[in-house]
Design a protein around this ligand. Structure first.
Ligand SMILES: Cc1cc2nc3c(=O)[nH]c(=O)nc-3n(C[C@H](O)[C@H](O)[C@H](O)COP(=O)(O)OP(=O)(O)OC[C@H]3O[C@@H](n4cnc5c(N)ncnc54)[C@H](O)[C@@H]3O)c2cc1C
Length: 305
């Protein structure tokens, strides 16, 4: 059966490397953690993507759309299904007047850079977020008081029925690090941002300043998935974690960064189980000390005990 499924994927994606089996997820996540994906697929355009999803449906294979893996913790046992990373046809970025359009696989940093080069202001905050456009829209990624929602004007998605729809941001219920994209079963294909004209040197200066702030405050020297927990209303997760005494706390090689307690880092060869256990202990400690519930911002994939 597994040979038949492999061949079915290969009929859709014919180029070398587009269909892989037992692909370690360590190399596909910024945490550098994760067991193998049973299938690792890279459809190169929306036609191949739709056909890939039909094969998954036909054989009852669960699937997961991977962006840049920068908000993801993959189980040590991996994922018994198809991890689908949107391939090269999804990385185009183009400007039209004060609007910028990008494919779901384009990196936010590349889009912000293109906006700067075109003298378009509004995406400076996104220059240091290491995600793809698709993952960014799903998470409504944001930083320094701004979020994608502020500049997004349309998103093209593939619906569960396999058709392309163009939606307004309102239809996606974008909120703090949330949207309805996953619950609706949509795959983001492309999005457009409406920006303002600005001076490239001022846009660049703003991006440089934000990048310097990141380097100073965040443990960028270690693999991580950024802020591990969402910001609870009225608090900062990192401050609560620090005040609960968890700075530098470790479970194996998973560690609460002493530089920024909002980040859990992989300080060596951490396993997903270690990260998960550490997060549970931190959340329980914060709840006990301050009565505040911490909710994971990082998404988990695969089996966790
Ligand atoms: C050092 C560091 C700093 C960070 N700083 C910030 C920050 O300042 N602000 C912030 O908001 N985040 C930050 N993050 C977290 C992360 O970069 C964002 O959440 C980002 O938006 C995730 O994008 P991704 O492409 O990596 O998504 P992934 O981690 O690959 O996936 C995240 C979710 O999106 C889904 N998804 C991805 N692409 C698609 C698609 N095309 N269609 C449908 N679903 C899709 C996945 O299935 C998954 O559920 C940081 C992370 C790191 C490592």
């Amino acid at each position: 059966m597994s040979g038949e499924i492999f061949r079915a994927f290969c009929r859709v994606m014919k180029e070398e490397g587009q269909v892989r089996e037992q692909e370690s997820m360590k190399g596909h996540t910024t945490f550098r953690i994760g067991g193998p994906a049973q299938y690792f697929l890279s459809p190169k355009d929306s036609g191949e993507l739709a056909e890939t999803l039909s094969v998954c449906r036909e054989y009852g294979i669960p699937w997961f759309i991977l962006g840049n893996g920068s908000n993801l913790l993959v189980s040590d046992s991996g994922y018994p299904g198809a991890v689908i990373q949107l391939g090269k046809g999804f990385s185009e970025i183009r400007t039209e007047g004060s609007r910028i359009y990008a494919g779901a696989g384009a990196l936010l940093s590349a889009i912000a850079r293109k906006a700067w080069e075109a003298g378009l202001s509004g995406l400076e905050f996104a220059g240091g977020i290491p995600g793809s456009l698709g993952g960014g829209v799903v998470m409504n990624a944001g930083a320094y008081g701004k979020e994608l929602k502020d500049v997004l004007f349309y998103v093209a998605v593939l619906t569960p029925k396999g058709s392309r729809e163009e939606l307004t941001p309102d239809q996606l219920e974008l909120g703090y690090r949330t949207s309805n994209i996953l619950s609706r079963g949509y795959v983001v294909l492309e999005a457009g941002f409406s920006l303002k004209e600005g001076k490239p040197e001022e846009i660049f200066a703003q991006m440089e300043e934000l990048a310097a702030r990141r380097r100073e405050k965040q443990p960028l020297e270690y693999p991580s998935a950024g802020s591990t927990f969402k910001r609870p209303a009225g608090y900062f997760a990192g401050k609560l974690i620090q005040d609960a005494g968890f700075s530098g706390f470790r479970v194996g090689d998973a560690q609460v960064s002493p530089k920024h307690c909002g980040f859990v880092v992989n300080a060596g060869n951490a396993s997903a189980a270690e990260v998960s256990a550490l997060c549970a202990q931190v959340a329980a400690g914060v709840k006990e000390k301050f009565g505040v519930d911490l909710e994971m911002e990082v998404k988990k994939l695969g089996q966790f005990s």
